[in-house]
Design a protein around this ligand. Structure first.
Ligand SMILES: CC(C)(COP(=O)(O)OP(=O)(O)OC[C@H]1O[C@@H](n2cnc3c(N)ncnc32)[C@H](O)[C@@H]1OP(=O)(O)O)[C@@H](O)C(=O)NCCC(=O)NCCS
Length: 159
């Protein structure tokens, strides 16, 4: 079941992010601060955290508008607990984001990831979900580690 993230999710979600191996100690701390700010009401109300709950949090996504755009949004974070990956949870989270934004009349969803070989699974996931590679910024994260921007146009059902 996908539902809004609650303060009780903070600890399991930080553990989940840690378990993916994608986040260093500083980034995990930053994640805790972002979530703390979110629940403290310190950030814009059109920033959204959602949890995929299947007997406890198994996945998380964070999405928000791209600044200074009309209807362009970013998925800033999506992660599924390693022992629950490959079971459709990531797809369900992304679909929920897409449907929610489409219903609001938003236009475009962007997501960024690394071009490193170790992220090929993540890139395959975005392609499978209908995202096209739109841009590549060479050496963005560090020398030899490009940023790839994936894009999907949000189209209302029946259009
Ligand atoms: C990327 C991630 C969110 C995908 O979530 P998931 O629940 O594992 O994905 P799904 O089960 O919905 O997969 C849907 C499709 O994506 C593709 N896919 C997902 N992971 C893949 C992998 N490691 N290698 C190849 N293809 C993959 C598959 O084609 C799959 O389709 P299939 O079920 O027909 O095989 C998840 O694997 C994850 O959290 N990874 C670590 C964190 C991460 O990389 N986050 C993104 C940071 S930019």
């Amino acid at each position: 079941m996908i539902r809004p993230t609650t303060p009780d999710d903070m600890e399991p979600l930080i553990a989940l992010a840690d378990a993916t191996g994608l986040f260093g100690p500083n980034e995990l701390e930053e994640l805790g601060e972002i979530l703390g700010g979110y629940f403290g009401g310190n950030i814009d109300s059109d920033h959204f955290w959602i949890t995929d709950d299947d007997g406890g949090p198994v996945g998380v996504a964070y999405y928000a508008p791209a600044p200074m755009t009309d209807g362009t949004w970013y998925v800033y974070l999506i992660a599924v607990r390693p022992d629950r990956q490959g079971q459709g949870h990531g797809t369900a989270l992304l679909r929920y984001v897409e449907e929610t934004l489409t219903a609001r009349g938003e236009r475009i969803l962007l997501v960024e990831t690394s071009g490193l070989a170790s992220f090929e699974g993540t890139r395959a996931f975005y392609r499978k979900c209908g995202y096209d590679e739109e841009a590549r910024i060479r050496d963005f994260y560090k020398a030899g580690d490009d940023k790839i921007v994936y894009r999907k146009e949000l189209v209302a059902q029946g259009k």
